[in-house]
Design a protein around this ligand. Structure first.
Ligand code: SAM
Length: 286
């Protein structure tokens, strides 16, 4: 079986030599481009090999904590069907796999990101079952059983899933990258059952002026250099990242968009001084 490292190394060595985002394109609003979807896919294909490492390093290890908060907000019930959209390399999908859910599907439109997710998932399966079976008194014995996620290639704006098939839909750092977020939100509403929950984890700009200034210095001036170096990236992905955050819906506009998509109630929770926000939309029970 291929290891996650060999898949990553292969992606590293074939990383795209050309720029996906030109500086003058990022001076405009990247979300208004008609070729946004193609650029986003090319960009993630080129950084897939170093994506997880960059996340851990540049969030100072907080990214997995944010994803765990997303799982808590989803209030998964035993047997729930979870769909993790724009799942990328599967970090959030894998957390849902051990949440007590009955089934978990991860969907993304960038094949190299899914390749890594599948390898990580295959590596996680034997490790967890060995841990749970060897020492019954161990704390792992009380952990909910892991379901094996299914990873599928697909588009957030046209999910190949029936109406009302899911209890939880999640999207972490993905909605901002979708070319028409309102279309995606309508799809999430369509596939959720009565009582279902949508959890959106997304970056935002902190409300406190001093923290916002410090965050901007880090995300606009430091991180693009260090992350590009780490990923050996020339696609411009890490210059697109802060630009795509500042030009995307802030938490208030996101709340309004979720309500407009037909969700009956929306809760929000700030994470790490408001650099990230969790938004949970609920479907009324009949
Ligand atoms: C920043 S990554 C987030 C990955 C993952 N959710 C995480 O927590 O790390 C954004 C992902 O969104 C995916 N994406 C963007 N637009 C998409 C679309 N229309 N349909 C499916 N996936 C999409 C990209 O391929 C990429 O893997």
């Amino acid at each position: 079986m291929e290891s996650a490292w060999s898949v990553r190394r292969g992606l590293y060595s074939t990383s795209m030599p050309k720029a996906v985002w030109q500086p003058q394109e990022l001076a405009q609003d990247p979300h208004s481009r008609s070729d946004k979807a193609a650029k986003v896919r090319d960009m993630f294909a080129s950084i897939a090999g170093a994506y997880d490492l960059n996340n851990r390093v540049h969030s100072f290890g907080l990214d997995q904590r944010w994803r765990r908060a997303a799982v808590r907000m989803a209030e998964v019930r035993p047997g729930d069907a979870v769909i993790d959209v724009a799942c990328g390399t599967g970090d959030l999908t894998e957390l849902f796999a051990t949440s007590g859910a009955g089934s978990v599907i991860g969907i993304d439109f960038t094949a190299p990101m899914l390749d890594i997710a599948r390898v990580k998932s295959a590596a996680a399966t034997p490790k967890i079952s060995k841990a749970t079976s060897s020492t019954p008194s161990d704390s792992t014995a009380t952990r909910p059983a892991r379901v094996c996620p299914e990873y599928r290639e697909g588009d957030a704006m046209a999910l190949q899933l029936p109406d009302a098939c899911a209890d939880v839909v999640s999207i972490a750092f993905g909605l901002r990258n979708v070319s028409e977020p309102t279309k995606a939100l309508a799809e999430f509403r369509r596939i959720l059952r009565p009582g279902g929950r949508l959890v959106v984890l997304e970056f935002d700009e902190p409300r406190n002026g001093l923290i916002r200034a410090m965050n901007r210095l880090y995300t606009h001036r430091i991180m693009p250099w260090t992350a590009s170096l780490l990923a050996r990236d020339r696609s411009g992905a890490y210059r697109y990242l802060p630009r795509s955050v500042e030009t995307f819906l802030d938490r208030d506009r996101l709340r309004a968009a979720v309500l407009a998509a037909g969700f009956s109630a929306v809760d929000q929770k700030e994470l790490t001084f408001g650099t990230c926000v969790l938004t949970c939309g609920r479907i009324a029970t009949r």
